[in-house]
Design a protein around this ligand. Sequence first.
Ligand SMILES: Cc1cc2nc3c(=O)[nH]c(=O)nc-3n(C[C@H](O)[C@H](O)[C@H](O)COP(=O)(O)OP(=O)(O)OC[C@H]3O[C@@H](n4cnc5c(N)ncnc54)[C@H](O)[C@@H]3O)c2cc1C
Length: 497
Amino acid sequence: MSLQMPLPDLAILARRSEIAAAMRTLVPPAHVIDDADAVRVYESDGLTAYRQPPMLVVLPETTAQVSAILDWCHREGVKVVPRGAGTSLSGGALPLADAVLLGMAKFNRVLDVDYGDRLAVVQPGVTNLAVTRAVEDRGFYYAPDPSSQIACSIGGNVAENSGGVHCLKYGLTTNNVMGVEFVLMDGEVLRLGGCALDPAGLDLLGVIVGSEGLLGVVTEVTVRILPRPETARALLIGFATVADAGACVAAVIAAGIIPAGMEMMDRMAIHAAEAFVNVGYPLDVAALLIVELDGVEAECDHLVEEVEAIARANGAVSVRLSQSEEERIAFWAGRKAAFPAMGRIAPDFYCMDGTIPRRRLPEVLERMAKLSEQYGLAVANVFHAGDGNLHPLILYDANAPGELERAEAFGTDILRLCVEVGGVLTGEHGVGVEKRDLMPVMFGEIDLAHQQRVKCAFDPLLLLNPGKMFPVLHRCAELGRMHVHRGALPFPELPRF
Ligand SMILES: Cc1cc2nc3c(=O)[nH]c(=O)nc-3n(C[C@H](O)[C@H](O)[C@H](O)COP(=O)(O)OP(=O)(O)OC[C@H]3O[C@@H](n4cnc5c(N)ncnc54)[C@H](O)[C@@H]3O)c2cc1C
């Protein structure tokens, strides 16, 4: 792989058996995996281009065990990489050769549901969809719905501040998490937030959500649950050009309508998804919008009419309204399966995640098409159009020499383009290792130093998930005093990557 990770500490590697033995005193012995074949299962996450088997895997099942593991690793200078379900598309859960991989899958219980306060308290290994499953009998659901929701964990969602098709109206994870229990690298256990709407003090919960496993380990999450809207309808709207679809998105928002979801797929994505799920997507259009409206029935009917009128005024060539709940779900099934559907047309795909101002959509898609020609790699577009959050899927073959490197370079150009037009490097997948080296495209040295000071406040020894998010690793004591004198860096012994 072309990605450079921190070099493994040979002294730690030499202590592998001793570290495994110590872990077996902290958790049931069967919950420590150090067999070379067995740890390979964890070598990658959703960013499959990069692989690295971990030194060993530990699977705690209580907060006290997480605290004891982190405390031990902190005292012994052993790095730790937290992992939920391993679906990260930015390589956030990519293991390190000299680190303990802390698998949170055994934290899989819904602890409490309070319908009066509309809250659920869950362990971090519970899957996103399982939260909705736990409360749907009473007419409730958990709104943020990543397409990976059958597999990804709430702990991972908190760490990545994940989004989904319904986040346009209902907010991202950060808007739906009320509190967490959180273990710091030195083993200390914190509780942040809770049942109250706006707890006193600094908003540390806001810092934790989206911290990508760099600040601590989430061991419990309190989420907001919502009553299901009385009615929800989805429209499939086809356009002859991507520009028309982009203009329609902008016009809907400008009209003051916030749909429950507004997603766009381009021709390649439409064809792949339709072949995969057969839900009747129009195949003769260049762009497809799926727009969902929800609320009480009269409001929903009114919004459907308004959106249809706006779509027609912006050149829609086909409009189809879901006629039943089953059909609405089927409309979404193609969108939600769009990533796996790419497997039908290419052996590998590289999913990018940048966000742009909505008005720049047509221009960005056009420039992306030119880049696609330049790199000789196809790109399919599936994205949260309402949020301007793009997910270009670059198709490549990892077995063809040079294609991964071309895909990486193409992806880099796309993200640079997003920043150039006033957007940002990520929408919902996080920085991880994927966008780590691009952080200076968006942030200056001072911005990055301040971000890393937050990291240092939580984890001064930089033992938690190192090599992710920050392009240069400054020792905490060194921060702010980086000065290159006559070509010589201070602290030359520090790993820089
Ligand atoms: C097909 C597919 C579709 C996807 N669609 C979406 C989408 O629509 N929207 C979206 O936002 N994302 C999407 N993703 C990305 C991914 O599912 C999310 O980022 C998800 O939140 C990761 O959860 P996870 O449990 O798999 O976490 P992991 O991949 O295991 O870890 C992700 C990060 O979280 C950290 N972490 C995990 N658990 C904890 C914990 N308990 N405490 C502290 N840190 C922790 C890890 O260290 C890592 O940095 C998709 C992925 C795939 C494969």
